[in-house]
Every structure is written in C-alpha cells, then in structure tokens.
Design a protein around this ligand. Structure first.
Ligand code: ADP
Ligand code: MG
Length: 333
C-alpha cells in the first residue's frame, strides 16, 4: 500500500534521512520508532507530500507522491508534529474548514464531521474555542482533521508527546481503535508505547532503517545478552552458594542493596531468558529464599538504536536517481 524506496533527505551537508526503504501493508498499525533526531518527522513530512526528498520515491497505492500528489495525498490523513490548529476557532469550525479544503461539502461533510467528532470523543468540546482545550483534546482535534476525507492511511507524528499519563492512554486507545478501520503509522521515541500498540515496528536511527519487525521479535532482540537482575532476602554466602549450584549461570555480580537484601546481576547461557528466570525462581523457592525481584535486563534503547544504525552502514550505497529538489512547501491541512 505504501512503498518507500531509497529515500534520502539532505539539509546541506547534513543527511537527515539516508537511503530508507520499507513497505507498509494495508490494515496494520505501524510504529515508527527512533530517538530524537532520527529522521521520523522528516520521513513523515516527505511521505505525506509536505516536504521534498533529495533522492528516492514514495508511492501510495502506486501513486508517486511527487508525480501524482493529489491522488496520493487523498489516501492519507496526517497529523504533523506541530498540528496547524486555529486556536480562535471551535473544533467544529476548524473541522468544517479542513473538510472543505479536502473537497467535502454539504451533507457529506456534515455526516463525516458527526462520525469523526463522535469517534475522537470531542463532542462535548465541539463548540469551545480550541485555545481553551487541554493538550489531550487539542490532539484529538488534530486526529479528527486527519480522519476527514476518509483516507485509508492515518499518519500521526508523535501523537502522545506532551500529554499527561491519562491523556496518553486515551490517545493510545484511539490509535488502536483507528487501527481496526485504517492503516495507521505513528511515530514515537518510546519503545514501550510502540510495543503496546503496533503490529509492526519500523525502527530508524540516524536516518537509517535499523529494524523492521514485530514487537515480539524486536523485544527478543532487545533483551540484553541473557542477563537477569534479581533481588533476594538473604546473605552473601547463601546467595553465592545457590548461584554456584545453577549450571546455566555463567557469571554473577552481587551487591548489598538494603538490610538483609542483595541484588545480583546474572548472565546465563540459556537463549530463552524466561526459561532461565523460571529455573532461578524455583531454585530460590526450593531453598526458601525470598526472591523480591527478578527481571530480564533490557539493553539501553539508545545503545540499540546506535548499534542497529551502525549495522545499517554496512549496506551498499545505492546510485542516486531522479531527485526532487524543489521544496513543495506545506500544503493545506
Ligand atoms: P525526529 O522527528 O526523528 O526527531 P527529524 O526528522 O525532525 O527527527 O530530524 C532529523 C534530523 O534532521 C535532525 O538531525 C534535525 O536536526 C535535522 N533537521 C530537521 N529539519 C531540518 C531543517 N529544516 N534544516 C536542517 N536540519 C534539519
Ligand atoms: Mg519528530
């Protein structure tokens, strides 16, 4: 449904997006994950026709975003990082304006607005000025304008940034619900958020594709090399003895973290970290040593981003082809 091919964006000497290629299939929720500055917004702005590319192609159902922008854009609804909301208008006025800009009129527009206002839960706020709404409601209005025109794909750039925890949950639920009727691509720099909502994770770092995988597979890859952290109520001697008796443990480090409490970092040769956790749990239970905490250690996300991005460097350079060097500027929406 969406093909991104060898996409590159350079700002002078700085390469924001570098030879990025991936495909998006219909009906799934994609999390576009990467640390700040990874190139998420740049990629999304290019995908939606708001920014030109230096090299590469974007096709939406076969329509090139640069050659057939009208056809391609009609298939997408976009909530940019800084949504262009008109603060002095009410959500209803604003949605009518955006709907008309998307070519909707009369009954068709009214019906769509009603459905979208209901779906995004902004009914009670429809007649208040946008400037008086909470950030969470403003964000819903932003999602609502993206839904106008019945696009097949909804693209949301960091929709949960700046929201409080309750608003974050509400927006995540809204994204999940949109996923039932739309293809959704949303960006985030928070791994757990993307893991919780997405069918597929597209991970980028330094403008390059670092991983494209399901959350389950990625989580497996993201676990640190089989390391467990445990805290137990015991003394050094008992803990050392217990750990020494477990043949699958290859290294352990202990430290006292409280009165009668020790924390140990354990490395294991088991490839399935949960299998090792299970064995540790039963070993402690058998000896009657209270295990207060037992967690597979997650690798630091930034490190993984960088590591995966460095792997990306090994890929062959592609020949530059037809570039699009004219800035098309931000359109309507
Ligand atoms: P993300 O959305 O993942 O945080 P961006 O796409 O905003 O990343 O930015 C990617 C990189 O491109 C960053 O290093 C950023 O500083 C740079 N960049 C973004 N926009 C511009 C611009 N208009 N001019 C120069 N550099 C830019
Ligand atoms: Mg961004």
């Amino acid at each position: 449904m969406i093909e991104i091919e060898h996409l590159t964006k350079r700002y002078g000497a700085h390469t924001a997006v570098s030879d990025l290629s991936f495909q998006v299939e219909q009906g799934q929720i994609y999390g576009f994950l990467g640390p700040n500055g990874a190139g998420k917004s740049t990629t999304m702005n290019i995908m939606t026709g708001c920014l030109s590319a230096t090299e590469g192609h974007v096709r939406i159902e076969g329509h090139d975003i640069f050659d057939e922008p009208d056809k391609a854009k009609r298939l997408m609804g976009y909530l940019p990082e800084q949504p262009p909301l008109y603060l002095n208008e009410t959500p209803e006025e604003y949605l009518r304006f955006v709907g008309e800009a998307k070519g909707l009129r009369g009954d068709a527009l009214a019906r769509q607005m009603d459905g979208i206002i209901e779906q995004t839960g902004i009914g009670a706020m429809a007649h208040r000025r946008i400037s008086t709404l909470s950030k969470g409601y403003k964000q819903r209005v932003g999602v609502a304008q993206a839904l106008l025109g019945s696009p097949k794909v909804i693209i949301l750039d960091e929709p949960t940034v700046g929201l409080d925890p309750i608003q974050i949950i509400e927006i995540r639920d809204l994204i999940k619900e949109l996923g039932r009727t739309h293809t959704v691509i949303f960006s985030s720099h928070i791994l757990s958020e993307v893991q919780a909502i997405c069918d597929q994770i597209i991970m980028i770092a330094k403008g390059k594709l670092a991983a494209f995988d399901t959350p389950e597979n990625l989580e497996r890859r993201l676990l640190a090399p089989n390391e467990l952290v445990l805290t137990a109520e015991t003394d050094e001697e008992a803990l050392a003895g217990l750990l020494a008796g477990m043949e699958f443990i290859s290294a352990a480090q202990m430290e006292r973290t409280g009165e009668g409490r020790l924390t140990a970092h354990i490395r294991t040769d088991r490839t399935d970290i949960y299998e090792a956790s299970r064995a540790v749990f039963f070993a402690f239970a058998q000896r009657g040593i209270p295990l207060l905490e037992l967690t597979p250690k997650k690798a630091n996300l930034e490190d993984i981003f960088l590591e995966l991005a460095d792997d990306g460097d090994a890929q062959p350079e592609t020949a530059p082809d037809a570039g699009h060097d004219t800035e098309s500027g931000v359109e309507e929406e």
